[in-house]
Design a protein around this ligand. Structure first.
Ligand SMILES: Cc1cc2nc3c(=O)[nH]c(=O)nc-3n(C[C@H](O)[C@H](O)[C@H](O)COP(=O)(O)OP(=O)(O)OC[C@H]3O[C@@H](n4cnc5c(N)ncnc54)[C@H](O)[C@@H]3O)c2cc1C
Length: 394
């Protein structure tokens, strides 16, 4: 389909669904059913199998018409990670059940991967899922679970066979966060807010129909999720959007704070941010509709470095003003629905950006991924790859 054809479809849809008079959810559900939600997804699942590059134009046309959006900031894990994994590994029933309410934002998702003993070494997870009739019973503890307090469902990696080496005894599930065995407790961050949680799972029941992928294939499925996560973190489409836009604006608004040294640093970072943006656009074009590979790790690595340098530079430009918090939310225990780098204070941005080199894989781990899987350098020494998981000393 040509871009003109797609524009005509959007115009037809808007003629039949006036955004000013149609109920928000009704509008979003109808947009999904019309295949105009995520256009690269297949027919019947909110899309039309079109190139991903056509999505911004569709979003622009809906925004111009004053249409409600699906509040993507509140469901980043659902849209960026759970959805592409369900699309790749889900049965038709799972796609029918989960993708529509995920896209409309009726069901928010979180990611139950990390544990106290398994972060960088994710394959070491010890949360156990044991077969019980036509389902599974899950026990364990997860940690750093962003948005678990708002989530209806979670993507979950659990150990189903401790006799296998660590990468082979894992299975991937879609977990109902309203199960009585799920206990979500806030963890307060350096920003003062509690955007993430620790989650205790006690005899949580998951029907086998909510297993994603084959039993024992959890590592493969989890890698699809992680690769999507790394590509979706730090995605910025337009020049001077995101962190560089905010810092450039601060610079323009405060001529009295300028020095030639700060100017030099800002220009260097501006150029790096632009190279990063264009490299990201090229990578996404190359990926088209396929699953992202390890190259996304390099993007995530660069994003974390630039975000931290920019947020630090902004504080230096602002001087002591940059250390002040907004009065109503200053270092207060808030349970945010979204992570907002651009609409908040410089002080918040500086502190929150510290997490960028940890979340979605630390920068050290991503350097290993790039070295081994992109550059083909010799692998890190790993002594526990072939041992049965239960025999690994811990
Ligand atoms: C803001 C934020 C949000 C998050 N949200 C989620 C979420 O929603 N769901 C979820 O499951 N997880 C989430 N995480 C967790 C995140 O994925 C982990 O923190 C991360 O993978 C690191 O694991 P860890 O904290 O256990 O650190 P560790 O793995 O213990 O690492 C400690 C340090 O050792 C280094 N290190 C470890 N192994 C190696 C190695 N082989 N080579 C070199 N250096 C190494 C690391 O780089 C790090 O500096 C979030 C984290 C943050 C900060």
């Amino acid at each position: 389909m040509s871009i003109e054809g797609l524009r005509a479809l959007v115009a037809d849809f808007l003629a039949g669904h006036d955004p000013r008079t149609t109920d928000r959810l009704e509008f979003l559900r109808a947009r999904y059913d019309a295949g105009l939600a995520w256009v690269a997804y297949p027919q019947g699942h909110g899309g039309r199998g079109l190139p991903q590059a056509m999505q911004p134009e569709v979003d622009r046309l809906f925004a111009e018409a004053g249409a409600p959006d699906n509040r993507p900031g509140t469901n980043g894990i659902g849209l960026g990670m759970a959805a592409p994994t369900i699309l790749s590994y889900g049965t038709e029933e799972q796609k029918d059940r989960f993708l529509r309410p995920l896209w409309t934002g009726e069901e928010i998702w979180c990611q139950l991967f990390s544990e106290p003993g398994a972060g960088s070494d994710l394959a070491n997870v010890s949360t156990r899922a044991v077969r019980d009739g036509d389902g599974w019973v899950v026990n364990g503890q997860k940690v750093w679970t962003s948005g678990a307090h708002n989530a209806r469902y979670a993507i979950l990696v659990a150990r189903t066979d401790p006799d296998q080496p660590k990468h082979f005894g894992l299975t991937y599930f879609l977990c109902d966060m309203t199960d009585p065995g799920v206990d979500v407790r806030p963890l307060r961050q350096i920003t003062g807010e509690a955007e993430f949680n620790e989650v205790f799972l006690t005899d949580v029941r998951i029907p086998d129909s909510q297993r994603l992928g084959a039993e024992g294939e959890g590592w493969k499925v989890a890698n699809a999720t992680l690769n999507n996560e790394r590509v979706s973190i730090g995605r910025s489409a337009e020049r001077e959007s995101g962190m560089i836009g905010v810092v450039a604006r601060t610079w323009r608004e405060h001529p009295e704070k300028r020095t030639s040294e700060l100017h030099d640093r800002l220009l260097r970072l501006w150029a790096e941010a632009e190279v990063f943006r264009m490299t990201g656009a090229r990578l996404r074009q190359k990926l088209a509709q396929g699953q992202p590979g390890p190259e996304g790790s390099a993007m995530k690595l660069a994003f974390a470095r630039i975000a931290q340098q920019l947020s630090g530079l902004e504080l230096e430009i602002l001087g002591e003003d940059g250390l002040r918090y907004e009065s109503d939310r200053g270092w207060s225990m808030v349970r945010p629905e979204t992570v907002d780098f651009t609409g908040r204070d410089a002080g918040y941005r500086y502190l929150r950006a510290k997490g960028n080199s940890i979340e979605g894989g630390t920068s050290e781990i991503l350097r290993n991924v790039v070295a081994e899987r992109v550059l083909g350098l010799p692998g890190e020494h790993r002594v526990d790859k072939t041992l049965p998981w239960k025999e690994i000393p811990r």
